[in-house]
Each structure stands twice: as structure tokens, then as C-alpha cells.
Design a protein around this ligand. Structure first.
Ligand code: AR6
Length: 170
């Protein structure tokens, strides 16, 4: 099946690309972002710094995506996307989260990526309720896989509790 849920450390996956749940600066942070920068080594930060700012301090607005090499990671590319901060659900969060999946897959496809893994974007520091995020992600990804049938997509959960929520949505 082209869409699956795995329980793993995202930084260990040897796929064409992994997706980073970044912040608009693209200069690193905590959570999966911090783990990716640690595992990729300093080349990743240099590549991120080289991406143009579209506004002061903003290299990637919420819902958009940017791509860099994976440097020391087993994955060839890192697709950086910025999820919405959860503000109760009535501030366009679902549409912005769906945009993250769309922008990431579109950008990956332009780089001939055939296998890609996403973390649970926005479900950590950004506070998005995972049950709702998983439904948005799965609905977006099903539509995207109809457009990109050769793409293999993994949803990478850090622990079993999160994986159970995502499997239920799948
Ligand atoms: N592998 C897979 N999943 C992970 C890993 C890992 N190594 N580490 C954490 N997770 P978060 P967000 C899970 O907070 O909510 C950063 O500081 C984690 O358990 O990483 O989009 C950025 O710079 C959770 O389920 O991302 C931003 O400022 C999921 O990844 C902000 O956090 C996402 O949690 C983005 O917040």
C-alpha cells in the first residue's frame, strides 16, 4: 500500500525524503526539527540559511515547503514545511495543515522523490490535537496519491500511542 503508518525515529528512515516539521525561520528548533538538524549535521543549517527570506526572518511561511539535501541523514532530501499553531480550530488550521501535505508532496515530486515520510506535523509544540491532524493528513494524502500514484508515503510516529491514532485515521 502506498500510504502506511510506521513507529520510528524519522531521522533513521532511509527514504528519498523525510519531512521536517519546522518553524518559519528554518533555523532549527526542538522536537523533530532539532532531531533532524542533529542527525544531518551542520551542512543542513548552512543550506537552510542560504534559502531566501520572503519576509524578515521568514524562509518558509506556514503551509509552504522548501527542500534541501539530507547531508548526513540516510534520506537524500529534507522537505521542510511549517505547520499551523493550534489556536482552537477556527483560525484556518485544518486548511493550513492540508497545505503542508500538498506543498511537501508537490515539491518532492518535482525532485523525483518516490518515497517520503512525514512526522505528525503540528502535533507536538504546535499543539494540534492528533486525532484531528491525522484525519486532515490522511484526507489530503489520499487525494495527493491519486495524482502521484508512484509515490510511497509513510506517516512516521515517534511512539505507539500516536501510531494507534494515525492507524485509526488510515
Ligand atoms: N521522529 C519522529 N517523530 C518525532 C521525532 C523523531 N525523531 N521527534 C519528535 N517527533 P514537533 P510541531 C514527533 O514539536 O508540533 C520545533 O521546535 C513528536 O512526538 O516536533 O510541528 C520547530 O522548530 C510530535 O508527535 O513539531 C517548531 O518551532 C511530532 O513529531 C515547532 O517545534 C511533531 O512535534 C513545530 O512544532
Amino acid at each position: 500500500m502506498a500510504l502506511s503508518v510506521v513507529t520510528s525515529d524519522l531521522t533513521r528512515l532511509a527514504l528519498d525524503a523525510i519531512v521536517n516539521a519546522a518553524n518559519p525561520t528554518l533555523l532549527g528548533g526542538g522536537g523533530v526539527d532539532g532531531a533532524i538538524h542533529r542527525a544531518a549535521g551542520p551542512g543542513l543549517l548552512e543550506a537552510c540559511k542560504a534559502l531566501p527570506q520572503v519576509a524578515p526572518g521568514v524562509r518558509c511561511p506556514t503551509g509552504e515547503a522548501r527542500i534541501t539535501p539530507g547531508f548526513l541523514l540516510p534520506a537524500r532530501y529534507v522537505v521542510h514545511t511549517v505547520g499551523p499553531v493550534w489556536k482552537g480550530g477556527h483560525h484556518g488550521e485544518a486548511e493550513l495543515l492540508a497545505q503542508c501535505y500538498r506543498s511537501s508532496i508537490a515539491l518532492a515530486a518535482r525532485h523525483e522523490v518516490r518515497s517520503i515520510a512525514f512526522p505528525a506535523i503540528s502535533c507536538g509544540v504546535y499543539g494540534y490535537p492528533p486525532e484531528q491532524a491525522a484525519r486532515v493528513a490522511m484526507a489530503s494524502l489520499r487525494e495527493l496519491l491519486a495524482i502521484h500514484p508512484a509515490m510511497e508515503v509513510q506517516l512516521c510516529c515517534f511512539d505507539e500511542r500516536m501510531a494507534a491514532i494515525w492507524r485509526a485515521a488510515l
